[in-house]
Ligand binder design. Sequence first.
Ligand code: SF4
Length: 418
Amino acid sequence: MTSVDIQIRTAPSASTCSPALADDPWAIDTRPGYGPGASQADTIPGTAPRQGGLPEAYREASTDELHARIRAAKDALGDRVVVLGHFYQRDEVIQHADAVGDSFQLARAARQHPEAEAIVFCGVHFMAETADMLSGPEQAVILPNLAAGCSMADMADLDSVESCWEELTELYGTEPDADGRVPVVPVTYMNSSAALKAFCGEHGGIVCTSSNAATVLTWAFERGQRVLFFPDQHLGRNTAKAMGVPVEAMPMWNPRKVLGGNTEEDLAAARVILWHGFCSVHKRFTVDQIDRARAEHPNVRVLVHPECPMPVVDAADGSGSTDYLVKAIAAATEPTTFAIGTEINLVNRLANQYPQHTIFCLDPVVCPCSTMYRIHPGYLAWVLERLVAGEVVNRITVDERTAGHARVALERMLAATP
Ligand code: SF4
């Protein structure tokens, strides 16, 4: 069974954003770029990790054989390994996960398995980094395919954020106001590199997730006159707007322009400075899609992720993290029609899990997250069988200095309560 067969199983007539989705991920391991899917047109940094060739035995194995090998390796390893699966992973991988969730839930799950020598993280690179920072020093965190990055996380790098910070410091100075609030507090979304989490730890800032972004912004406004929010402009804008911050007080920072493309007056009046980053999966959702869903299904409930653009969130009936979306559907007691604005693998899984409801993706084109797509049972079987043989491959590590500062920002987030 090919990838595309898997993804369109619940919508056989759906078109896909790329015919290359029918290829298995190793067909593109040696090519530059994020691969087929929502991020295929995004610019990949030259420093993005590449995956070496997957051994032929795994490339040639049938789906049934791979599943049998994964199960056998997990049995042999027992408690020595824990497999974590992000909501956006394909079902063929999720069926082998010991815990399934969003990036925050999985970071916590990594912490809850101190007995495991290895944590196999079926997600993307920044998640594996976070798991490494929150797990024990002897535990190895493994990303089955090193090319599973995140195009949004890649839109903000440490050099660009440091340059931005220098410009802002020059403009605002560093003196607190009469209430003791510093001029600007950096806030990074969980979907960012460990280096940016460390930057926040070092500069009085904090990490947020899509579940706790409002709580974190409240924390930041208690300590700062304004916030620099990166890398996702949409989560920042949607969250701050819901808290009453006017859209005009949220200028965007384009790292390729002087002062981010803003005037000094714009920045003086800013409450939230939004980095010019976005998720190419969630950017695909539109108000037209919502209008169409409402026309075709008069009682539809439209639920979207806050990484969607503001007009989409405004037009939806509800917006929240993947955990919110999962819980909203689980809580529906009457048969309901849901149109969901998030990644297709999660939407299809929910549709299969809750046959009493009609659940479909707002986007009629099947276009999965390009980087989540890079994890396939072939890679999972490979890393697990190498572990059985006593070899750790594809280990993700964060150096101790970076991890120390990043943990400060993560711990601030964990301590922030509504
Ligand atoms: S869905 Fe978007 S934010 Fe999540 S991993 Fe994929 S590109 Fe990154």
